[in-house]
Design a protein around this ligand. Sequence first.
Ligand SMILES: C[C@H](/C=C/C(=O)SCCNC(=O)CCNC(=O)[C@H](O)C(C)(C)COP(=O)(O)OP(=O)(O)OC[C@H]1O[C@@H](n2cnc3c(N)ncnc32)[C@H](O)[C@@H]1OP(=O)(O)O)[C@H]1CC[C@H]2[C@@H]3CCC4=CC(=O)CC[C@]4(C)[C@H]3CC[C@]12C
Length: 266
Amino acid sequence: MSENPREPECLVEKRGHTLVVTLNRPQARNALSTEMMRIMVEAWDRVDSDDDIRVAVLTGAGGYFCAGADLKAMSRQAPGDSFESGEFDPTHLPALLKGRRLSKPLIAAVEGPAIAGGTEILQGTDIRVAGESARFGVAEARWGLFPMGGSAVRLVRQIPYTIAADMLLTGRQVSAQEALSYGLIGYVVPDGTALEKALEIAERIAANGPVAVQNILRTIRDTEGMHEMDAFPVETALGKKVFASDDAKIGPTAFANKEKPVFTGR
Ligand SMILES: C[C@H](/C=C/C(=O)SCCNC(=O)CCNC(=O)[C@H](O)C(C)(C)COP(=O)(O)OP(=O)(O)OC[C@H]1O[C@@H](n2cnc3c(N)ncnc32)[C@H](O)[C@@H]1OP(=O)(O)O)[C@H]1CC[C@H]2[C@@H]3CCC4=CC(=O)CC[C@]4(C)[C@H]3CC[C@]12C
């Protein structure tokens, strides 16, 4: 099928306090194009800069999540050439959230295949929902490629070593139920309802204190891999910022008055 030139290759829509980012090349199973990744980076910048956005959701169009890099485009222009020329420094791939993390929670809503770059970007998300027919895998080795989206570093930190090694070295796909059992995802829902579930989770987070949410998230990230005695000073500094916020007064007062807190994000 030809690509629809009028349709953006990535859709970005604000729904209340949530920004929904939809990979939109279903005819190519939402394979990553440079245009798609350009829009993704714009969306990530908007998440970080717009105080009214408290959560983001990443999903794919057409019942697919993402088939990874565009292998056809890659056959026409080898990424290695771009690396050698210095055109791309793959140490930082902001579209794939490698070398960049969002300051607000990112929820993945996966339907269908999340393969190679699709499972790579998944590892940059925080909460993950998948339809029961979704499939995951890091297929790069099958094509003589390297999972440059961060999986050879991240996957073994997110799921058991032997499963990560198996997936990375064989390139095999795993079902949503397997992925749930490994802890790669947190929810399996009926096909077609992953976005609905992700938006429900997003709403719950958006109703919480934004200062608290963002500093809890930052603590998780900034202390990953640290000895706890080295991590606690980092955690405490961020926690004190939260307790110094207006929201830290709004919450308890709302409870005492038997009201729903209306947080300001300050
Ligand atoms: C290294 C980083 C990641 C690399 C990769 O992801 S490699 C890609 C691996 N992907 C796969 O193995 C999946 C292949 N597809 C499938 O297995 C199946 O299609 C499916 C299971 C996904 C679906 O099966 P299906 O039966 O439903 O559908 P099909 O009939 O198979 O397909 C339908 C239709 O879609 C087309 N299709 C499917 N997948 C792809 C695909 N991956 N690419 C293209 N087209 C696809 C299929 O052909 C059919 O089409 P049709 O015409 O109908 O026949 C990289 C990630 C990001 C990169 C960096 C980005 C920025 C940069 C830019 C540069 O220029 C180079 C440097 C770089 C920094 C770049 C470097 C490498 C990355 C980091």
